[in-house]
Design a binder for this molecule. Structure first.
Ligand SMILES: NC(=O)c1ccc[n+]([C@@H]2O[C@H](COP(=O)([O-])OP(=O)(O)OC[C@H]3O[C@@H](n4cnc5c(N)ncnc54)[C@H](OP(=O)(O)O)[C@@H]3O)[C@@H](O)[C@H]2O)c1
Length: 283
């Protein structure tokens, strides 16, 4: 019989390019050959091409289609994992929409939040029930996701007793409506739509971690958000003239792989936003 500790089932969303592809590569290299690493992508064609790239490197990812804007697609993938393996050990929610430079925030904010925030929730809702004892779940966020980056008037939307995932989703829908109505700045929202979005992702991880703390502690499950730092990808390149300080996707993936493969005895970090292997302050 296969030793369960050696045979991990892992999955990365948005993994056909950029950081996600590097995360799949890193997991394939870090985990034992008995493990199964799912490279997921919204496009079957782009996902399978990315798998071919990694197979040429001697790695053996499996492809699974997931469009995080489509609950049916996310749930079908979770059912497939459950049917094949009975559960999952490592989930990295990395998929994200890009911000397009020459498009007004009012025109792109709804799609951006639907992918990056509601999509993250779809992944959490589908895969958290499949987490095995000792599993690790990582949401790729950013250091923008600290509450410190938000006007104090808005903190109660993302922090406090009684906060729920639904409450965070509603706060982000309100934010989308305010951007579209042109009232966001007056209400204290920052200009850069990535900031409320990343704060929403980190707040969701915190809510899930604190709400399930007793059970997840008992079962050795670690749940965190992570900032990869500036990574040289097609998403970041249009925003910076000088990318010489940016990490390559493979370099940036290392700390996230560390987080996603922490040994069974690790109890920390838990429910944190982690960068360079250390928690960042939330407030
Ligand atoms: N790059 C940085 O400097 C940086 C810094 C901090 C945080 N991050 C975070 O790191 C993560 C990856 O960023 P990246 O730079 O690698 O971005 P990227 O190159 O744009 O890659 C994003 C991936 O997400 C996929 N995706 C988009 N919409 C999707 C959907 N609806 N369902 C499933 N997949 C979808 C894309 O697929 P397609 O190819 O089909 O579009 C692509 O594979 C993001 O969460 C980002 O916010 C990046």
């Amino acid at each position: 019989m296969t030793d369960a500790r050696e045979r991990k089932i892992a999955l990365v969303t948005g993994a056909n390019q950029g950081l996600g592809l590097a995360l799949v590569r890193g997991l394939c290299q870090a985990l034992s050959g008995k493990s199964v690493v799912y490279l997921t992508a919204r496009s079957e064609e782009r996902g399978r091409e990315a798998c071919t790239v990694l197979r040429r490197e001697g790695l053996k990812p499996e492809f699974l289609q997931i469009d995080i804007t489509d609950a049916t697609s996310v749930q079908a993938a979770a059912r497939a994992i459950h049917g094949r393996h009975g559960g999952i050990d490592i989930v990295i929610q990395n998929a994200a929409a890009r911000i397009t430079k020459d498009v007004a925030p009012a025109e792109q904010v709804a799609g951006f939040i639907d992918t990056n925030n509601h999509g993250t929730l779809r992944v959490l809702e589908a895969f958290v029930p499949l987490l095995r004892d000792g599993s690790r779940l990582v949401v790729v966020a950013s250091s923008f996701g600290s509450l410190r980056n938000l006007d104090a008037r808005l903190h109660e939307k993302f922090e406090g007793a009684g906060l729920t995932l639904e409450g965070i989703a509603r706060a982000l829908d309100d934010y989308v409506a305010a951007v579209r109505a042109g009232t966001a700045a007056a209400a204290g929202w920052p200009d850069w739509i990535n900031v409320p979005s990343k704060i929403g992702q980190v707040a969701s991880v915190r809510v899930l971690a604190s709400g399930n703390k007793a059970e997840f502690r008992r079962r050795g499950i670690l749940l965190n958000a992570a900032c990869p730092g500036l990574v040289d990808t097609e998403a970041s390149r249009p925003w910076f003239d000088d990318m010489s300080k940016a990490a390559s996707p493979d370099e940036a993936a290392r700390d996230l792989i560390w987080l996603a493969t922490l040994p069974p005895a690790a109890a920390e970090p838990y429910g944190e936003l982690v960068r360079n292997r250390r928690p960042l302050p939330w407030q």
